[in-house]
Ligand binder design. Structure first.
Ligand SMILES: [Zn+2]
Length: 253
C-alpha cells in the first residue's frame, strides 16, 4: 500500500526562500500525497535539512555538495556527514560536475576527482547516487559507466541520445517541472522508457511558471505534461514514476 501518489525526487526546501512558510509548503505536499526528497547542498545546511526531515513524515534526505564547491575542507566535511548518517539518509547527492559555472579546464579535473570520491563512497555504503551535470553530460555518463554506478541524473539537460545511453546502463532520468516549457525536457520525457523516469521540482528553482517560486506539489504539473506528451493517462505517469523513485531510493513511498 503506497502512502504517496507522487514523489518530488529532488528539491531544496531548506533554502531561505521557504523560511517564512516552509511548514505550509510541506503540509500542502503531504495533503496532496507528495513525498519530498530534500537535497542538502552544503555541510553547513545539513543540520537544518535533518531537522526538516525529522519533523515531517513525507520528507526524505539526500546529502551532497555543489560540484562548483572548491573548498576541500567542505568536501571532506560532507563525506564525514554521509558516513556518520549513512543509515538515516536516502542517498548521496547532489554531487557531480558543472562546466557551465566553472569554465576553467584545470578546475574540471578537480571536479572529477571530487566526483570520484562520492561515487566510491556510494558504492562503499551502497547508497543511491543523485548526480548534477551541466554542460558536461558526456563526461558525467562516461565516468558513471566506467565506475559501474548507475545514478539518478537530476534535471538532466543533455541530448535524447545521451539520456538513452545513460538509461541503457541503469540510470534514471529526473524530469524537472520546467518541462512545462522546456522543449529539450519534453523531448527526453517522450523518448526514454517511462520506467526510467522520476519527477522533481528542484524547488525553489525550475518552476513550471518562470520567475515564480517552485514547490513540491508542482510535480503534478510534470506528470500531467508527460501524460499528454506520451498519450497516456496522468495516473499511469504518477504510479510509474512513484514506483521508479521507490525502487531507486529503496523507500516504500
Ligand atoms: Zn538541485
Amino acid at each position: 500500500m503506497q502512502n504517496y501518489t507522487l514523489v518530488d525526487a529532488h528539491c531544496h526546501i531548506d533554502f531561505p526562500q521557504f523560511d517564512k512558510d516552509r511548514n505550509e509548503v510541506i503540509e500542502r505536499a503531504q495533503k496532496e500525497g507528495v513525498a519530498v526528497v530534500l537535497s542538502s547542498l552544503n555541510p553547513q545546511d545539513f543540520e537544518k535539512c535533518l531537522a526538516i526531515c525529522e519533523k515531517h513524515d513525507n520528507v526524505f534526505l539526500t546529502v551532497g555538495i555543489s560540484p562548483t564547491e572548491e573548498d576541500a575542507h567542505k568536501i571532506d566535511e560532507t563525506i564525514e556527514l554521509i558516513k556518520k548518517y549513512g543509515d538515516k539518509i536516502a542517498g548521496i547527492g547532489e554531487v557531480g560536475l558543472d562546466y557551465y559555472w566553472v569554465g576553467e579546464k584545470e578546475k574540471h579535473e578537480a571536479q572529477k576527482k571530487n566526483f570520484a570520491r562520492f561515487i566510491e563512497l556510494s558504492k562503499e555504503l551502497d547508497l543511491p547516487l543523485v548526480v548534477h551535470s551541466r554542460n558536461c553530460e558526456a563526461d558525467c555518463i562516461e565516468i558513471l559507466k566506467r565506475q559501474g554506478k548507475p545514478a539518478m541524473l537530476h534535471s538532466f539537460s543533455g541530448s535524447v541520445e545521451q539520456a538513452i545511453e545513460a538509461v541503457s546502463f541503469g540510470c534514471i532520468i529526473s524530469i524537472p517541472t520546467n518541462i512545462a516549457y522546456s522543449k529539450n525536457k519534453q523531448k527526453i520525457a517522450k523518448e526514454i522508457p517511462l520506467e526510467s523516469i522520476v519527477l522533481e521540482t528542484d524547488a525553489p528553482y525550475l518552476s513550471p511558471v518562470p520567475k515564480t517560486r517552485n514547490e513540491p506539489t508542482n510535480v503534478r504539473v510534470s506528470a500531467g505534461k508527460i501524460g499528454l506528451l506520451r498519450g497516456i493517462d496522468t495516473s499511469i505517469v504518477e504510479k510509474t514514476t512513484t514506483r521508479n523513485a521507490a525502487g531507486f531510493f529503496r523507500i516504500n513511498f
